[in-house]
Design a protein around this ligand. Sequence first.
Ligand code: F0G
Length: 357
Amino acid sequence: MAHQWRGVIREYFDRLDIEKGNPIITLGEGGTPLVDAPALAKLVGADEVYLKVEGMNPTGSFKDRGMTMAVSKAVGHGAKAVICASTGNTSASAAAYAAAAGITSVVLVPEGKIALGKLSQAVAHKAQILQVQGNFDDCLRLARDLAENYPVHLVNSVNPDRIEGQKTGAFEVVERLDRAPDIHVLPVGNAGNYSAYFKGYLEEFNEGVIKRVPNMWGFQAEGSAPFVNGGPVKNPETIATAIRIGNPASWDLALSAQECSDGRFGAVSDAEILWMHRFLSQEVGVFVEPSSATGAAGLLKTVQQGTSVAGKTIVVTVTGHGLKDAGWALKDEDGNEIKPQIVSSRAEEVAERLGLA
Ligand code: F0G
């Protein structure tokens, strides 16, 4: 049988905190493409920009890298149920990996604030879903409380197994480029992924594989930007629901990653996020969910504000698939609905409508 990618635990077993003999629950996550994006490089004036396309993971987001670790280890400890708070992607991933493991999943999501694609995934994988009257931060508080007091295992990124699995994204970037990029850009919500990539790069540096760690640049949505404001945001708001988080769980880890990497945090408006969402679809050919365009939007804004990235090699993690939150693609710049025209099946009419005649 031809070799196929075996999922991040088997591919990186020696570099992950997991014991031999621990069950491995995998859906083949990781091994995602690093896509050359010359249109984006040209736009920002960088030498090279690559997108690490995490929407190519089994449930359509980067969460799967961490979830294979978290669920495998939960099963190794005898857990029969996992729980998470989520803005959508974590719940989709937890539900899928729990299904693969044959255990129960419980997900707490903020009422009315998760994208339909993500909700349908959690339902499809038979999670017990509760919509909480509150925001993500309330859901996380509740999930931690329940995991502490009831027989259910927490798989949010406050669980270090999640960060451990997600660091493999950095390993793959280094393998592909044969070095570290100068700058690594990410959207930031709980800041788990930002912290995980830094951990991965730092380990590569400590092992002498790379000569320096990249500057870690993390971007939030303006209405939900605790790292930029310097403290929690009580009522976070943004159309980028995946990162609508006011009190990031990985606050300390992320701050130290930013300091150690000489990195930065910034904020972009919802309009800037949606502009980049469209640019990535139309000019690069990569369809991401709006939240996932936040990193690239922040990169562009930073350049527009006067920071040059000339001569730099940049990797931008685009975190989730466009189909997760597909409705945004069906709106134009002014927010009007886009509806393909209806035509007869006569070739002359179709040619005329297409401007071919
Ligand atoms: N992009 C997407 C598509 C996400 O779903 C998330 C987080 C992030 C970026 C931010 O990553 O939290 O590690 O800084 N989603 C979580 C969830 C909160 O519940 O699915 P982070």
